[in-house]
Write a protein that binds this ligand. Structure first.
Ligand code: SF4
Ligand code: SF4
Length: 420
């Protein structure tokens, strides 16, 4: 049986915008993954595409210039190190080698060496026999993947063919939401070109792009909220990741930039940019003519599952698809954001439970949490929450149920409150 989500307000101001290349920012702070150390020193010159990190994960300079410092930055998920590079005038690319891969192991190793988040996904889904290209952007404002599907059809086709061949994938589905008609038409052209590939139209409900809904609704494989797509032998990649794989095997240029949507009521010119990894949010916002002074909310990612931050100098990360900035108080129920409207008593309408793709009962979990009733929590399983924010969004009493779920899962001992 298909899992249904909820329909969100369709606020996508940039779904017809073209991608604009952001002029090279003055400096970038390229984030290093936890456990990795910078392989460059202060004062060293780097070219775009040079490796700048020692450790298991690959990170590359996203601009050419001089390393100013290795800085520790306090981010929303804790501190991390970043290599700060002051960009030079010339912007030169490193001499890169075109990667080669003959089999699954060498393919995964090559994509991991590119620094793309796709590398980790391939590693985790080594036994996958099915691939889903996840073109579902169910959250408000997000449009970067839609744009990729409209612009990068050739690369997506080449990336699917390469991934199918080297990962031993027998069937690929390109999942597109029913409200993205042009993207669907573009992807149908792709699936006509690549063997064993079908474009499927899904409801534009949220969280349609979660592993839970995608794997269940596209492949029919039963998946529990605690399981990942990889555990069901399904490889899920974004259109931009598949397109990147093709371009990397064509040009050898590692993962140094990404598409990012900049939007919100303080943004005069909402747009989609192609920006170097590590670009300060302030540079993205300035390019989109955003007035950041009266900002109430700055969000990296989507309205429902993104992270609320305050520092406009935080750098753009490898997986940050949007930067949203608002003056209006965000209505209650928008993802993990703090409500600015006062919550009222639960009216027991049951809408939160109806909205939950994991079939949880947030109102009962809230009650059990208040009473610190561990036995009830064990029965109600808040640890199965995938953090989609739908319960909070739908609640007429403006209750912050996603925060309830997070706390309840902590008491229960599970992780909870995390988007799969
Ligand atoms: S309880 Fe968790 S999974 Fe269910 S709707 Fe709320 S946030 Fe989503
Ligand atoms: S949606 Fe809100 S008001 Fe309705 S049952 Fe759930 S918590 Fe109570």
């Amino acid at each position: 049986m298909k899992i249904k989500g909820i329909f969100l307000d369709r606020e996508k101001n940039t779904d017809r915008s073209l991608t604009i290349a952001l002029p090279t920012p003055e400096r970038v702070a390229v984030p290093l993954p936890a456990g990795c150390k910078a392989s460059v020193r202060t004062g060293q010159w780097v070219l775009r595409g040079n490796s700048i990190c020692d450790g298991e994960k690959a990170v590359h300079a996203s601009v050419s210039g001089k390393v100013e410092e290795i800085r520790t930055i306090a981010g929303p998920d804790g501190s991390f190190e970043a290599v700060v590079i002051k960009a030079d005038e010339e912007q030169k690319d490193a001499a890169v080698k075109i990667p080669r891969a003959e089999d699954k192991e060498s393919f995964i190793a090559a994509v991991k060496a590119s620094g793309s988040p796709a590398g980790e996904k391939l590693e985790k889904a080594k036994s996958a026999d099915v691939m889903i290209v996840n073109g579902i952007e169910s959250e408000q404002y997000l449009t970067a993947e839609n744009r990729c599907m409209l612009d990068d059809g050739e690369l997506i086709a080449a990336g699917i063919a390469l991934t199918e061949k080297l990962m031993g994938i027998g069937k690929t589905y390109i999942a597109v939401a029913s409200d993205c008609k042009e993207a669907f038409a573009a992807m149908e052209k792709v699936s006509a070109k690549v063997p064993d590939t079908t474009t499927v139209k899904l409801r534009c409900d949220h969280p349609g792009g979660s592993d839970l809904m995608l794997v269940n609704n596209v492949t029919g494989r039963g998946i529990k909220p605690t399981e990942t797509a990889a555990e069901k032998n399904v490889l899920v990649l974004l259109p931009s990741e598949v397109a990147f794989i093709a371009s990397y095997f064509e040009t050898g240029m590692p993962f140094v930039e990404r598409r990012v949507t900049v939007d919100g009521d303080l943004v005069k010119t909402p747009c989609i940019m192609r920006a170097p990894i590590g670009t300060p949010l302030s540079a993205l916002l300035a390019f989109a003519d955003a007035n950041i002074k009266p900002a109430e909310k700055l969000i990296i990612g989507g309205m429902m599952t993104g992270r609320s931050v305050t520092d406009t100098e935080l750098p753009l990360g490898a997986e940050d698809s949007a930067v949203l900035i608002f003056m209006k108080p965000i209505e209650a129920g928008k993802g993990s954001l703090k409500t600015s409207e006062k919550a009222t008593n639960c009216i027991k309408c049951g809408r939160c439970a109806q909205a939950c793709p994991a079939k949880l009962m947030p109102m009962k979990i809230e009650k059990a949490l208040k009473k610190r009733n561990k036995a009830a929590l064990e029965r109600l399983r808040p640890d199965l929450c995938i953090g989609c924010g739908s319960c909070t969004y739908i609640c007429p009493a403006k209750r912050e149920l996603n925060e309830v779920m997070r706390q309840a899962a902590e008491i229960f001992g599970g992780k909870g409150g995390e988007q799969s």
